[in-house]
Design a protein around this ligand. Structure first.
Ligand code: SF4
Length: 81
């Protein structure tokens, strides 16, 4: 799978992506504040990670643990609807 179209506008283009993927659980790396906080495609990035069940790294300025909670929240919302 290639890079999604929105990635062309990502604030992290050219950054050392190792920093985005060398995290786990609740750990919030500095790249979230440095890059994601000002990223114009943050919502698209988060949605992509949720849609593709991406469990590693920083996506949309979230940690893996935050995305798991968001997935669970959405699942509960879908069941209640
Ligand atoms: S939200 Fe963060 S990880 Fe996602 S594209 Fe933007 S800078 Fe990169």
């Amino acid at each position: 799978m290639g890079k999604p179209r929105w990635y062309n506008e990502a604030a992290c283009i050219g950054a050392d992506l190792e920093e985005f993927f060398s995290i786990s659980g609740e750990q919030r790396p500095a790249v979230i504040d440095v890059y994601c906080a000002q990223c114009p495609v943050r919502p698209e990035c988060l949605q992509f990670a949720l849609d593709t069940h991406n469990y590693h790294g920083v996506w949309g300025g979230t940690t893996p643990a935050e995305r798991k909670r968001e997935r669970d929240r959405r699942r509960r919302g879908a069941r209640a609807a």
